[in-house]
Design a protein around this ligand. Sequence first.
Ligand SMILES: C[S@@+](CC[C@H](N)C(=O)[O-])C[C@H]1O[C@@H](n2cnc3c(N)ncnc32)[C@H](O)[C@@H]1O
Ligand code: SF4
Length: 344
Amino acid sequence: MLRDVDLLWALRSPCNLGCTYCYFGTVEEHREKPVAQAGQLSHLSRNDVSLDGIARFAATLADSPVRRVFLAGGEPLLWPPVLEIVETIKRGGIQVVLCTNGLPLARNAIARRIVELGVDAVSVSLDGDRAAVNDRYRPSRNGKDGFEQVLAGVRNLSKWRARDNATLPRIGLYAVIGRHNIASVNTVPRLAADLGLDYFVPQPLHLDAEHALHDELSLRQQDIAAVRAELDRLWRSRPVDLPDTTYPSQFLTALTPGSPHHVEGCFGGTRLHFIEPDGSVWDCPSGLKIAATPAEQHRSIRNHSAADLFTHDGTCADCGLFSADCLPMWPLTGFSSFLTKRRP
Ligand SMILES: C[S@@+](CC[C@H](N)C(=O)[O-])C[C@H]1O[C@@H](n2cnc3c(N)ncnc32)[C@H](O)[C@@H]1O
Ligand code: SF4
């Protein structure tokens, strides 16, 4: 069977960090004002699919066109059964990429099992090359963990990989770039190289205009020159593997006023799909796209198999809703290069 569909699966909602810009909002705001809107993400969600429901759906992936699953959240590695789910997916011959805040990787049982299971890649989020830059907007809920503990997690996973002489998982860093950390476009990949990691992806911070931190953090037209200079420098120096050369221009387009923009042949809904913790399946994680999806096209993994939901007919439709919200999808569709390239 041709396997050419990728899934970004936000598996569970809870998290041990309280990133102030997170797509899931903050626990504090949702305690005060619980979410009511369908599709709205929350770390306090009570509608996450149960372990049984997740396990049942994961077992159906083997007979579907799905090639690769990116497991995110919330924090996927906080949920103890996650590695059983990874085992089921891998047994079906499907690649797994774990997207994590990195803190749980400091636990030997988790890091060792990730290597044993042959997880294909682990993407760790880090917004700066030091605590002062990273921890301000990515604080932990326990008030103790932060940059240093994320580094400890990354080093521990690298240690278990080296101990087994394994080439997998590939390990990379993801940095969310806002007005406060434009320099991280280059400082974080240099840190990745120093740590012996494999790849780096910068992604633009995206917040709705009504968000309390929008004016403080969201990149805008005045920032484009500085961001372009950093991206140019990074793609010239390439300290680790990077997304393909079209990515910097997509990044800058997403910041250009007049957004949303038009893209031809978008992979959303054909080669890539997004699953929310409540089981909803969308073409992509863009809030604009989700809002534009007619009720009769709403789908869910609850009581459906992957083969029912993902039937790739090869046609990618043009989309007029491209924005910073979509940009994290581009490196996911080109992820194969991170798995196949071997740095010297
Ligand atoms: C929602 S997190 C889930 C996985 C894991 N907890 C982590 O932090 O990597 C997935 C990615 O989205 C990024 N992210 C969260 N909120 C964002 C926002 N408002 N704009 C851009 N990226 C965001 C995170 O930094 C992370 O790289
Ligand atoms: S670690 Fe990930 S899921 Fe958790 S608050 Fe931060 S961005 Fe959101």
